[in-house]
Design a protein around this ligand. Structure first.
Ligand SMILES: Cc1ncc(COP(=O)(O)O)c(C=O)c1O
Length: 386
């Protein structure tokens, strides 16, 4: 690349993805091989067995690291596989402080699985200054936050939380799935590990499950790499290739999704049936100033909003025609869902009530369609349901 520091969109297209040296093919081949010839025992060109490393996965990991501004990227079979592998760094007696409205599957992994292995967890409202530090103990090894949160789009101050974690000698991991590296790069703000469900914006087409971790800490990277291989929750070469293809358009997609989402959030605010709109790009969002600073003025494609009750929310979902009723987010097509009944149903009802996730809440994942068509669909659904 000709400039010393190529821009984000250039790196998304080129890093790890140059033409194939053997054939000149502009698109890299998919290396399906599970094993690689060795010249002598242990004498090979960097690849021996595909669980440990694979050329297509390595290309993806190189590109991911570059986009997050980190030194090491690691790809996994899903977002939860990436989170699980991070947890494998801990042992019995270790304590984790985590964001109370983390993704429902993260909550389930921590509380229904990892507790059985002797880890303990404390949930805090990490949006409140001082809450993380107050919950840390001498055993706290990891602070886990998500920002923006799913589905209430709350914002956590990454730099301040990194300082708090480091004062207590803990690492900070940030689930940055809702932002994507186009919008927010936690490592630059002091985080030790950034995690993504690549299933979402990174893939961007609802056709591949994946997860990733990026870090600039060589020791952490070595331990994560060991557990990536030891536990084996790795993605297939085809999935890596699909993700590489998705990354090439990440900047275009996320910009368009964010533009559409802001227009929709503003429009929903003017509808009398809508009680509250949650979107960090709205000046009415309680943490708009922090979001503007941390997310560089682009706020992502997820908007959530509250109607009077669960019945009204379900009626709107059923009346939508262009928005597809489905879980997940971050892809080119617009989706709508009911967090309480769908993505967050694994969070116990009292916990949902505590974090403010009510029955009238709907979540939109805004795609790249013409925004006027999306507005018209929402208007007709809200009108029919009222
Ligand atoms: C914020 C967030 N983190 C993690 C995950 C888990 O990722 P995956 O479904 O790829 O395992 C999700 C999935 O919805 C998510 O939304």
């Amino acid at each position: 690349m000709s400039r010393e520091h190529p821009g984000f969109a250039t790196r998304a297209v080129h890093v790890g993805q140059g033409p194939d040296l053997a054939t000149g093919a502009v698109v890299q081949p998919i290396h399906l091989a599970t094993t690689f010839a060795q010249e002598g025992i242990g004498n090979h060109g960097g690849f021996e067995y595909s669980r440990s490393n694979n050329p297509t996965r390595e290309q993806l990991e190189t590109c991911l690291a570059s986009l997050e501004g980190g030194r090491h990227g690691l790809a996994f079979a899903s977002g939860l596989a990436a989170t699980t592998t991070t947890m494998l760094l801990l042992g019995p007696g270790d304590h984790v402080v985590y964001m109370q409205d983390a993704y429902g599957g993260t909550f389930r992994l921590f509380n229904a699985v990892m507790r059985r292995y002797g880890l303990s967890f404390t949930a805090v409202d990490a949006t409140q200054p001082g809450a993380v530090e107050a919950a840390m103990t001498e055993s706290t090894k990891l602070v886990w936050i998500e920002t923006p949160t799913n589905p209430l789009l709350r914002i956590v101050d990454i730099a301040a939380t990194a300082d708090a974690a480091h004062r207590g000698a803990a690492h900070l991991a940030v689930d940055s799935t809702f932002a994507s590296p186009y919008i927010q790069r936690p490592l630059e703000l002091g985080a030790d590990i950034v995690m993504h469900s690549s299933t979402k914006y990174l893939g961007g087409h609802s056709d591949v499950l994946g997860g990733c971790l990026v870090t600039s800490d060589d020791t952490l990277a070595g331990r994560l790499r060991f557990h990536q291989n030891a536990a084996g929750a790795v993605p297939s070469p085809f999935d890596c290739w699909l993700l590489l293809r998705g990354l090439k358009t990440l900047a275009l997609r996320v910009q368009r999704q964010s533009d559409n989402a802001l227009t929709i959030a503003r429009h929903l605010q003017s509808n009398t049936a809508v009680r509250t709109v949650h979107y960090p790009g709205l000046p009415s969002h309680p943490q708009h100033q922090l979001a503007a600073r941390q997310m560089g003025g682009v706020y992502g494609g997820v908007v959530s909003f509250e109607l009077g009750d669960e019945e009204a929310a379900v009626r709107v979902l059923e009346a939508l025609r262009l928005f597809t009723l489905a879980e997940s987010l971050g892809a080119v097509e617009s989706l709508a869902e009911h967090p309480g009944l769908m993505t967050h149903s694994s969070v116990p009802p009292d916990e949902r009530a505590r974090i403010g996730l009510g029955g009238g809440l709907l979540r939109l994942s805004v795609g790249i369609e013409d925004v006027d068509d999306l507005l018209a669909d929402l208007d007709q659904a809200l009108h029919q349901a009222s």
